[in-house]
Design a protein around this ligand. Sequence first.
Ligand code: SAH
Length: 291
Amino acid sequence: MDRDLINATERAAVQRLAVVLALPAFEQGWVWLAGAGPGDPGLVTALGLHAIAGADVILYAALVNETLLKLARPGAELIYAGKRAGKRSCKQSDISRTLVSLARKNKRVLRLKGGDPFVFGRGAEEALTLARAGVPFRVVPGVTAGIGGLAYAGIPATHRDTNHVVTFLTGHGADGKLPALDWAAIARGSPTIVLYMARKYAGEIAAKLIDAGRGADEPAAIVSNASFADQSVHVTTLDELGAAAAESAAPAILVIGENVKLRAGLDWLGALAGKALEPGKLNVVKLSDAG
Ligand code: SAH
């Protein structure tokens, strides 16, 4: 991996930010469980950035934008601890055990996960292991793909004209199968449904929702690599969702509902595409220029 770290002036700027914002110190023997946001490195929180800059060890997940790791301190240990559908991955129990043992070695341990650590990311399982082991930890929320990723596609999670409710669901249970959900309740309960890890079962999910009364021609969208440089958005309908998902790239967020139509007027990133569809690179400011 590219270990091109930031220079001393840039490090000082990150430290100054922590002072101005009065961020908590990252103490030895602690684990911070932080969200990196969906992809664009600019979507990490200030606290997440402070954690990256202060950690002795960073165990980062598959969907974390590795650009963020440039903010790590020189000498920090960077460990890929990812799980990715269909790829060789680390066992959850091994990751949790590693977190505990590193903390017991008095390290500042950062577990960095894509999006928000407590949204469909097993962060809660890791935190429970830490709690049981008596390891002190802090949770640093992040921008979840189901909200921030949609925003980068110009699709708002809510609008008063389309939905007062939004449902987030995962298409992937712990056993790798489609979770057994009350599809009738989901279909009735929420005009907007945002689906994580749902490419594989998108057709099945759409069929269940249509059976439960949702319109076959309802708008739906697939946002792949949301907020990464290679973001792509496919707008379709509920009955075409399975076929579209089969063609889509991973990772993808799926969304069903009338709010998808708002993209026609709200695709701010597409409007910039004449320049370059590189979310993290639009109007780049160099820290050294910032004074
Ligand atoms: N904790 C993460 C979700 C982890 S589950 C979060 O809060 O965002 C992994 C799933 O998240 C993927 O299968 C996909 O559905 C979604 N996802 C994460 N990052 C994404 C991205 N950049 N673009 C599209 N989908 C993404």
